[in-house]
Design a protein around this ligand. Structure first.
Ligand SMILES: Nc1ncnc2c1ncn2[C@@H]1O[C@H](COP(=O)(O)OP(=O)(O)OP(=O)(O)O)[C@@H](O)[C@H]1O
Ligand SMILES: [Mg+2]
Length: 539
């Protein structure tokens, strides 16, 4: 027990002057720091002193000239705030004294049984209990203030979901005025049934699992029925034996934050969309640029070819006449009397001149004026004619398979030039196969569907989805073409053949003729080996 300061001031309210003196003397005699500062005989006097608020304890006899019994106590109590009251009762009044205890008296003493020790102890207890109660009240007020001044919603519930305490912010949210409006009630008293059921289930899960819920974002309603977003933390409460007793919750309104977040998200999505648009535009620009480049290359290529053509034509004309003179001269000499060796030499010269004449003819074909003599023709007939022309080249080791569809539509083409195309292609196939192999020639008609048809390729811009085309495929079982050479085969003078065997003009001329017919030619390797040449004409 804490020792009292210099002295505690006592109000003695006692109508009986003898008793009053006796009690005063007892207080005095105890030398305990208590002192009867005021000794009065009526309620009216007592109230005046009580209201001055300077006393530490009051000794109160209930039987006064201006008041009696429990009324005396109640009146003093009402005026004295929390000032401790010790009731002095007569011996026949014990029941009343007990009743005053129930109403808040600190103690009661039966007059006639009081000694100074008893009196002192009662006063000390009263003062000390009062001090502790004051301290507790202060602490409770402090906590209450703290909890009520926080902007967050704070409340606690028991294990069955009844509210135990609730702070001002949360009461404002629910538009409640006093603690009594919520204490002892449950969520079912404030929220629509389905929301309340969800809250209750969440609470029960936390209480039974003992696991806290930290910062969960959840939708809620305020008293006006507006949707709000809350960030909620709920912590289970336990007693000293770790048994769950309820939970405490701290919630925060994050509606504005959520709105801001959503706006940010939308802004971001818009940003990334415009970024994508930008990237797409960039991609379009890139492909447009690439297309432009390839057109430019084609133009350069075409220009180059024109110059080569002019050059070739010039050279061919210059060489053609001397070759004719040499041929005539050699033929004249061969008709003369000659030794066998001289005749051999002349034969060799003749063969060499023939080869040179072939080159010249190739050059002239390549540079010939680009006009066609077009007639309606059967492509199968043109192919058969070309096959006959190369039959001499096909030794006994070769097999020719013809898969020519007799129902293909007739085509408008230059018979001689397209015939030359197939002679070139067949000759290449035979050269690639050496002395044995299978040459397969196939024709068919079909409608373009657009899938995998190479439509849009600059070489096939005359083709459209839905067009009927006639296709000729020439397959061989030869060496095939190395991938890095595939795009060189149409170049003038590109050849892999030994000098004298090929000029490298065959496919150049072929391509020129196909282009003049607005067709396409594709050369590739077959997975099973050998090359496939695919030529396509619009029907
Ligand atoms: N069916 C094929 N198989 C393998 N390689 C081929 C085939 N067709 C063409 N080539 C390759 O393409 C090259 C060019 O062919 P192109 O017909 O233009 O010239 P060439 O046959 O060499 O000479 P020529 O002017 O006598 O035809 C050939 O040298 C060859 O390397
Ligand atoms: Mg060739």
């Amino acid at each position: 027990m804490i020792s009292p300061p210099s002295h505690f001031r006592v109000i003695l309210v006692e109508a009986n002057a003898v008793d009053a003196r006796l009690l005063d003397a007892m207080v005095e005699a105890s030398r305990s720091g208590f002192k009867v500062e005021w000794s009065v005989a009526t309620l009216a006097e007592a109230l005046k002193i009580v209201e001055s608020n300077e006393a530490d304890v009051i000794l109160l006899d209930l039987a006064l000239p201006d008041s009696a019994g429990i009324d005396t106590f109640k009146t003093v109590r009402a005026h004295s705030g929390r000032l401790p009251i010790i009731v002095l009762s007569s011996s026949d009044d014990e029941e009343l004294a007990l009743f005053t205890m129930h109403e808040g008296a600190q103690d009661y003493l039966v007059k006639g049984q009081i000694d100074s020790r008893l009196l002192l102890r009662a006063m000390r207890y009263a003062v000390e209990r009062h001090r502790v109660e004051e301290a507790l009240a202060l602490e409770r007020n402090l906590l209450r203030n703290l909890v009520d001044n926080l902007p967050d919603y704070i409340y606690a519930k028991d294990a069955d979901g009844h509210y135990l305490i609730d702070n001002a912010a949360h009461m404002r949210l629910l538009r409640l005025g006093k603690q009594e409006d919520i204490i002892g009630k449950t969520v079912f008293d404030f929220f629509p049934p389905e929301i309340a059921a969800q809250y209750h289930a969440d609470d029960q899960a936390i209480i039974s699992s003992g696991n806290a819920l930290i910062n969960r974002e959840e939708p809620s309603l305020n008293a006006a029925g507006e949707r709000r977003w809350l960030s909620t933390t709920k912590v289970p409460l336990k007693d000293h034996q770790e048994r769950p007793t309820g939970l405490v919750c701290i919630g925060r309104d994050i509606t504005e934050q959520r709105l801001a977040q959503e706006q940010l998200k939308e802004a971001n999505a818009e940003l990334s969309k415009s970024q994508q648009d930008l990237l797409r535009a960039l991609g379009d620009l890139k492909s447009a640029h690439e297309e432009l480049r390839s057109v430019q290359l084609q133009l350069i290529e075409a220009e180059k070819m024109k110059s080569i053509g002019r050059l070739a034509a010039g050279v061919a004309h210059e060489v053609k006449n001397p070759l004719a003179i040499i041929t005539m001269g050699v033929e004249y000499l061969l008709n003369q009397e000659l030794s066998e060796s001289s005749a051999g030499v002349l034969d060799d010269i003749l063969a060499a001149v023939k080869r040179a004449d072939n080159v010249v003819r190739g050059l002239l074909d390549f540079s010939a004026p680009k006009n066609l003599e077009v007639r309606t023709e059967d492509l199968n007939a043109v192919i058969n004619q070309s096959l006959n022309l190369v039959r001499g080249e096909l030794g006994p080791g070769f097999k020719v398979i013809k898969e020519l569809d007799p129902n293909i539509p007739p085509l408008n083409l230059d018979n001689a030039k397209v015939g030359q195309v197939f002679v070139n292609v067949f000759t290449n196939a035979v050269h690639a196969m050496g002395s044995t192999g299978v040459l397969t020639v196939r024709t068919y008609a079909k409608q373009l569907t657009g899938v995998g048809e190479n439509i849009g390729d600059s070489r096939s811009e005359s083709f459209r989805v839905g067009d009927t085309v006639v296709v000729a495929e020439v397959d061989d079982t030869g060496s095939g073409i190395p991938n890095d050479k595939l795009n060189k085969v149409y170049d003038p003078f590109f050849t892999t053949k030994p000098t004298g065997k090929g000029t490298g003009l065959g496919l150049t001329v072929t391509k020129t003729i196909i282009d003049l017919h607005a067709g396409t030619i594709d050369i590739g390797n077959r997975p099973e080996g050998g090359a496939r040449v695919k030529i396509m004409f619009k029907a």
